[in-house]
Each structure stands twice: as structure tokens, then as C-alpha cells.
Ligand binder design. Structure first.
Ligand SMILES: C[S@@+](CC[C@H](N)C(=O)[O-])C[C@H]1O[C@@H](n2cnc3c(N)ncnc32)[C@H](O)[C@@H]1O
Length: 258
């Protein structure tokens, strides 16, 4: 049995950062849809901001990035000085910010990128536990105390996407199978037209036993739009990062690239 006292600070805040080449791949999927207002719900030291800079994100775009840790938020903020697009780094709990906006009021984004924190529900402070539960309830999703912090992050991110918006996230591979993520899988199927999971053979994050996958989803433009199904793309190595992202998605869904 694991006890909180034995866990590292990195593990308790879910602080495993995304390699830049992977972040750029995800950012390209959102860029290709012409996104101008992008959300990064837990930006750490800002690798996704760097990624957008390196793929020459449009000048009139804005990336709103949340980070709970003061020092990491400051690192992200300090990156932005030379970017051609605007950034807005907010040092606060993303879920608490998102909760009052889930009913359709307030900001909506046309793209979401990120790698949300992997923190067991029982390791979250009580206030965060309550907020996580309220996110499930606000979206009509079944809640369980077996959940993990990344699940309400993805739920809230999908809810904050505009119709037709794209989400690209690095997530624990348990997304595919664990029982506690069932309500997220159902929510994805209800809300999204395209859902693709890129499933690597290797473990990308040193120091974790948990494998990671890439989730790419495109929200329906209207509720009656048909879902194109779920595409699963197993990959070996990192050569897929050089592929055209839209082709990857089409290949996984067994459709033609548009
Ligand atoms: C897995 S790391 C990913 C960081 C960055 N997105 C990346 O891909 O490298 C998750 C980040 O979430 C932050 N975090 C944890 N709880 C949070 C919360 N409630 N709101 C916002 N950020 C949070 C952690 O401090 C950590 O930096």
C-alpha cells in the first residue's frame, strides 16, 4: 500500500513534463484547425507554449495557460516575452476556475492542449476533491472516489471547447481501460465527432510506471452530428511525430484525410 508521506513532491503535484517534440505534434493538430484561442489547463514550465512558438502560431492567437505551482507558473510567464502570439498565464487551480463556466457561460476555446496532473483522488486536498466531484456532477457524469485528477481535467477541457474545437492531450494509458474513466469515455463519445488514441510501445516518462497515450479529439459541431468512431493507432518509436497529423488521425479512423 502507498502512503502520501512516502511520495515525492513531483508525484504529489503530478509534475511529469512533456518532451518538446511530442508537445509540437499535439500543437500542430490544434493549429491545423485554425485555432486562435487555446487553453492549456496545467502548463508546468510551459513546454506547450514553447511548442506553439516553434510551430509559428498565428500572431493574433491567445494561449490561456493555468498552473497551480507559483514557481512553475512564473517560468511559463517568463518564456512568453519573445512570442509573436499572446499568452495569459494564470497561477490558480484550473478546476476551480472552470467549474462556474461549465454551464455554457463565459470563455470558450477552439483548441486545448496539455498533459494534466496524474494525482490519485485520495492524495488531493479536500477542497480539490470537492471541486473534482462538482465537475463530474455539473457535466452529468457519474463520479467515483477511485478517480484521478486527470479525469476531471479532461472533462472540463472538453466542456470548454467550442463546437468543432480540437483537443490534444498526453494522458495516462489507463484512459483506455480503467473503470473509473468510464464516464469520461462516455462523455467523449457523446461530445466528440473524432476520437483518436495514439498508443506508443515505449514508456515516455522516466520515473513513472504508468504508460502514456496521446488523445486527439474533435468536438461535434452540433449534438446530432454522428460520431466517426474511435481510432486506435499503435506506434513504435517516435518517427510518427514527423507524420502529417491529419493523416495520422485519418489513418487511425480509417477515413480519408480532408
Ligand atoms: C503532468 S504536469 C504537465 C505540465 C505541462 N503541461 C507539460 O505537459 O509538460 C501537470 C502540471 O499540473 C500542475 N497542476 C496540478 N494541479 C493543478 C491544478 N489544480 N490546476 C492547475 N495546475 C495544476 C502541476 O503543478 C504540474 O505542473
Amino acid at each position: 500500500m502507498n502512503f502520501m508521506i512516502n511520495e515525492t513532491e513531483q508525484k504529489l503535484r503530478g509534475g511529469y513534463y512533456t518532451p518538446l517534440d511530442i508537445a509540437k505534434f499535439l500543437a500542430r493538430w490544434v493549429q491545423q484547425a485554425g485555432a486562435k484561442e487555446v487553453l492549456e489547463p496545467s502548463c508546468g514550465d510551459g513546454v506547450f507554449l514553447k511548442a506553439f512558438d516553434q510551430i509559428s502560431f498565428a500572431r493574433n492567437s491567445v494561449v490561456s495557460a493555468f498552473e497551480l505551482d507559483f514557481i512553475e507558473a512564473a517560468k511559463s510567464r517568463s518564456l512568453s516575452d519573445n512570442f509573436s502570439f499572446k499568452t495569459n498565464v494564470i497561477n490558480t487551480d484550473f478546476l476551480a476556475w472552470a467549474l462556474p463556466r461549465l454551464d455554457g457561460a463565459g470563455e470558450r476555446f477552439d483548441g486545448v492542449v496539455g498533459n494534466p496532473p496524474f494525482i490519485r483522488y485520495q492524495y488531493l486536498p479536500e477542497l480539490f476533491q470537492e471541486t473534482a466531484e462538482k465537475v463530474f456532477k455539473a457535466l452529468g457524469c457519474k463520479f467515483t472516489k477511485h478517480t484521478n485528477a486527470w479525469v476531471p481535467f479532461v472533462l472540463a477541457s472538453i466542456a470548454l471547447l467550442k463546437p468543432g474545437g480540437r483537443l490534444a492531450m498526453v494522458l495516462p494509458s489507463e484512459l483506455i481501460h480503467v473503470l473509473h474513466a468510464q464516464s469520461l469515455r462516455s462523455f467523449l463519445a457523446k461530445e466528440c465527432k473524432k476520437i483518436v488514441i495514439i498508443d506508443p510501445e515505449e514508456i515516455w516518462f522516466e520515473g513513472t510506471l504508468q504508460g502514456a497515450v496521446i488523445l486527439m479529439a474533435e468536438k461535434k459541431t452540433h449534438t446530432s452530428q454522428l460520431n466517426e468512431g474511435l481510432g486506435l493507432l499503435p506506434v513504435t518509436g517516435r518517427s510518427f511525430l514527423k507524420w502529417e497529423v491529419d493523416n495520422c488521425v485519418s489513418q487511425a479512423l480509417g477515413t480519408r484525410s480532408t
